[in-house]
Write a protein that binds this ligand. Structure first.
Ligand SMILES: NC(=O)C1=CN([C@@H]2O[C@H](COP(=O)(O)OP(=O)(O)OC[C@H]3O[C@@H](n4cnc5c(N)ncnc54)[C@H](OP(=O)(O)O)[C@@H]3O)[C@@H](O)[C@H]2O)C=CC1
Ligand SMILES: Cc1cn([C@H]2C[C@H](O)[C@@H](COP(=O)(O)OP(=O)(O)O[C@H]3O[C@@H](C)C(=O)[C@@H](O)[C@H]3O)O2)c(=O)[nH]c1=O
Length: 283
């Protein structure tokens, strides 16, 4: 029984590799880099499904460069929408369950209560819109799918906000960080464990879910905690989104409500500061 992991060498893909390594599985995990499978290519995608006839396809691949996406719209949609459609079509053909990852950036940030799966979406940037289109392709093609919206992923692997902060601190003695964008950081290892929980379920609970760590933070709070746990003396100044201009607009509020996934999987979710501390101690 094969499980293919598309984007298997990205941040979440590497965290899944680490999480699955410690145990013997009835499944054979196949971690595919973008060189093994460029899933924008229909023929390549079909060939991979023909080779493995997977029981699960875990899609950790995406176009994730939020600012660059504003200039590279075609590429963002090719990867986050049309390639996802390719995957979903192959999943339907092979009766494969698709586990797909989406983002808090499908919301516009205008709500001020934790966001449930039922709330209307309205992305404010190209990345968010392309990810939303990907979600909708899946919903239109498949019944056996899990789409997990998550937020502010970080880990010991690849590039992320935690690593950016630590790298910047090597050459700077002061950083400006936005305080008026509020969400929840998510340790990618915690998300990988949730994906493992899903593939281990005896009875499937398909559908759309929200998952992040527990609690609420601004990027400023997140940065402060990074330096606190890393024991680095760094001056961080809180700035508004208006003062820290980026190419892509980002939602002011994207705290996800996790009630549905907690109930469906019967899980407790770690508090974001506890997981961040674990990650920093591992770096
Ligand atoms: N990072 C974050 O903060 C958040 C991420 N998400 C979502 O979580 C998921 C995982 O993100 P994360 O691990 O951080 O992302 P990364 O950017 O670390 O990894 C993305 C992976 O996708 C691969 N990829 C890109 N294009 C293709 C392609 N055409 N064919 C095959 N593989 C491709 C990349 O391969 P290569 O490097 O070789 O190009 C890379 O390995 C994504 O769906 C993302 O949208 C959701 C919320 C927050
Ligand atoms: C580097 C830096 C960023 N920021 C701000 C900009 C931005 O609003 C916020 C985060 O910046 P980044 O570019 O690191 O992260 P960003 O790419 O916006 O992160 C997003 O990635 C995509 C893939 C998602 O799906 C989202 O959930 C979210 O994690 O921090 C500062 O305020 N100061 C800084 O020095």
């Amino acid at each position: 029984m094969n499980i293919i992991v598309v984007g298997g060498t990205g941040q979440l893909g590497q965290c899944l590799q680490e999480t699955t390594r410690s145990k013997k599985w009835d499944y054979n995990f196949v971690f595919l880099s973008s060189k093994d499978l460029n899933y924008t290519d229909k023929d390549q995608t079909a060939a991979i499904f023909k080779t493995y006839s997977p029981v699960f396809c875990i899609n950790c691949a995406a176009y994730t460069a939020v600012d660059l996406a504003e200039d590279e719209q075609e590429q963002a949609f090719a990867i986050n929408q049309y390639a996802v459609k390719n995957l979903a079509e192959q999943c339907r053909l092979y009766d494969t369950t698709l586990i797909h990852i989406s983002t808090d950036f499908v919301f516009n940030g205008d709500y001020s209560i934790p966001l449930t799966e039922e709330l209307p979406v309205n992305p404010v940037n190209v990345y968010g819109l392309s990810k939303l289109k990907g979600e909708q392709e899946i919903q239109g093609i498949l019944e056996k799918y899990y789409t997990i919206r998550t937020s502010w992923l970080y880990s010991e692997k690849a590039n992320n906000f935690v690593k950016t902060m630590l790298n910047l601190s090597k050459n700077r003695d002061q950083l400006n960080v936005i305080y008026d964008q509020v969400g929840t950081p998510t340790y990618a290892i915690d998300l990988a464990k949730v994906i493992i929980k899903i593939i281990s379920l005896e009875k499937p609970v398909y559908g759309l879910y929200h998952y992040s760590n527990e609690g609420v933070a601004s990027w400023y709070d997140f940065a402060k905690a990074v330096f606190e746990f890393a024991e680095i003396d760094m001056k961080i100044s809180p700035v508004s989104s208006a003062a820290f201009v980026t190419k892509a607009k980002r939602p002011h509020f994207s705290v996800l409500d996790k009630s549905k996934i907690k109930k469906a999987l019967n899980i407790e979710i770690p508090y974001w500061r506890d997981s961040l501390n674990t990650c920093i101690q591992n770096l």
